[in-house]
Design a protein around this ligand. Structure first.
Ligand code: SF4
Ligand code: SF4
Length: 305
């Protein structure tokens, strides 16, 4: 098996929203986008990161006594962590028995990932499930991503890639050689608004989508649905036009905005831009689903959640 290694931040077993059936989803660390609504801010940087859970800290002082770089110190206000001094040696994590200090991100081999994913083979077989690579942005680690997909397909697994599509077309096509289903994220159809809320324009994303549509691999469009940002009539109509044009798109899934990731921003010393934005109600999501169905010229499943 390939010797290549990569950085992941989670492996979730029994996932039911990342493609058909019961699946195991491998979350890669690192993403070129900075979506304002991202609920996994720990996925943004490819480097590992130290995260501190204040509510778990028992004040034993092991972290600042053991840190060889003065990156954690005791102050009258409590424990203080300096990210710029931290060398990610992991000593503080090792000695934090309360698990208040944890390392986000793990460097693993292809074999380690495949062995973990293989554990649920019987469930995949019984449910027509398989494995999914998500993130972060999986295509940021292309060799690692390709090698896992290739090995999983050899084991007889159904494979799915969840991508933002913000990647060189050649890289994406290479990875797709071992992919059975593409979960393609569309955030906004307007390039300027897309850039405002994700940090990048959508031009590359849309041109890649048009190109991979020609490969004949089924595509599921996934749109995080953010009130007041991309649930406008004009954006939903633009989405319908795109889906009507591209025949490999077999499904649209809306992912309602939620605030479950908000607390993580503080723990990572990051700002959360959408403070106070409310989660859309079930009735509103039904309204959006019905609007899309009414304006699509093709009969494909449209769902929320
Ligand atoms: S990971 Fe190492 S350098 Fe960073 S805070 Fe912990 S002990 Fe200090
Ligand atoms: S080692 Fe963990 S529990 Fe102890 S002071 Fe540091 S963060 Fe808190």
């Amino acid at each position: 098996m390939s010797e290549v290694t990569g950085t992941i931040f989670d492996i979730k077993r029994f996932a039911v929203h990342d493609g058909p059936g019961i699946r195991t989803t491998v979350f890669f660390k690192g993403c070129p986008l900075r979506c304002a609504w991202c609920h996994n801010p720990e996925s943004m940087k490819i480097q590992r990161q130290i995260v501190f859970f204040e509510n778990k800290c028992i004040g034993c002082g092991e972290c600042f006594k053991r840190c060889p770089n003065g990156a954690v110190i005791a102050t009258p206000e409590g424990r203080k962590y300096y990210r710029d001094k931290c060398k990610l040696c992991g000593t503080c994590v090792e000695y934090c028995y309360a698990e208040a200090t944890v390392m986000q991100g793990k460097i693993v081999t292809v074999e380690e990932v495949v062995e973990e994913v293989k554990k649920d083979m019987p469930f995949y077989k019984n449910s027509n499930g398989g494995m999914t690579i998500s993130g972060g942005e999986p295509t940021l680690q292309p060799e690692f991503c390709s090698a896992i997909f290739e090995a999983c397909q050899k084991e007889g697994m159904h494979t799915a890639l969840d991508t933002s599509g913000h990647v060189k077309l050649e890289t994406l096509k290479e990875i797709l050689k071992h992919v059975d289903l593409i979960l393609y994220d569309i955030k906004h159809l307007d390039p300027a608004i897309h850039k405002e809320y994700t940090g990048v324009s959508n031009e590359l994303i849309l041109s890649n989508l048009r190109e991979i549509n020609k490969l004949g691999i089924p595509i599921e469009i996934r749109m995080p649905t953010i009130p007041g940002i991309n649930d406008t009539e004009s954006n939903l109509l633009a989405l319908c036009n795109l889906v009507d044009e591209l025949r490999s798109i077999e499904r649209i899934r809306l992912l309602p905005y939620h605030r479950l990731g908000e607390g993580k921003y503080q723990r990572l010393d990051m700002d959360y831009r959408l403070k106070g934005l409310e989660t859309p109600k079930k009735e509103r999501m039904e309204e959006i689903v019905n609007f899309i169905k009414a304006n699509l010229k093709r009969d494909i499943p449209v769902s929320s959640g």
